[in-house]
Ligand binder design. Structure first.
Ligand SMILES: CC(C)(COP(=O)(O)OP(=O)(O)OC[C@H]1O[C@@H](n2cnc3c(N)ncnc32)[C@H](O)[C@@H]1OP(=O)(O)O)[C@@H](O)C(=O)NCCC(=O)NCCS
Length: 173
């Protein structure tokens, strides 16, 4: 079995958007409405937007493939607070969850954060996304604050902000 992590390229964007749809439909019904799922997917995975992000020096997209097949992806970006990297997206194929893929992708972001000189990793997770919260707690994150952000069209993101300190040399641990 060949497991590899590599930067997402323009040729991968359609497969990334398709996997996002599969994971969201597996995860978010019961947490947010179908209308909000459709709205947020359309906002975040327009090919043009993802292609633009792939060009940006402060945003990184990485994918994990198993025998050449996309199994998960992650994106991270330098936020507005100096020294903080935001883990922006983390999605693993429902058929491949609980196999350590999410942990490997978080390790990849830790490595990117350390390379960028960041000492803290942060993320936002829906307060009712219990499985993801369990995974993040296992990865060393703790809840820092509770927020409710208006994202337009009558929708809100009712999230916990979670944070993890990155003492130098923790990548991959
Ligand atoms: C959250 C997510 C990325 C985790 O990825 P994963 O590959 O399944 O996680 P891992 O196999 O690396 O799990 C590592 C540890 O986290 C914890 N964990 C992961 N998923 C869990 C779950 N569903 N319930 C409880 N604990 C969980 C466990 O301790 C696990 O170790 P173990 O399997 O040895 O017990 C994945 O479940 C996912 O894509 N979920 C849907 C999308 C999503 O919610 N993304 C986050 C948006 S903020």
């Amino acid at each position: 079995m060949d497991v590899s992590i590599s930067p997402v390229s323009a040729a991968d964007v359609d497969a990334i958007a398709a996997l996002a749809r599969v994971v969201w439909q597996h995860t978010y019904p019961g947490i947010i409405s179908q209308e909000q799922i459709d709205y947020m997917l359309a906002q975040r995975y327009q090919p043009q937007l993802v292609l633009q992000e792939l060009q940006m020096p402060h945003i990184w997209w990485d994918q994990l493939t198993i025998d050449g097949q996309l199994a998960g992806f992650v994106s991270c970006l330098l936020g507005t607070t100096a020294g903080e990297m935001k883990l922006d997206k983390l999605y693993v194929d429902p058929d491949r969850q609980r196999l350590g893929i999410g942990a490997r992708l978080v390790d990849q972001v830790v490595a990117r954060a350390l390379a960028a000189g960041c000492g803290t990793l942060i993320l936002a997770v829906n307060k009712n996304n219990e499985r993801a919260i369990a995974a993040y707690l296992r990865q060393g994150f703790t809840v820092r604050e509770s927020v409710c952000v208006d994202i337009g069209s009558g929708f809100v993101m009712d999230d916990f902000i979670m944070a993890r300190s990155l003492p130098a040399g923790t990548a991959g641990s």
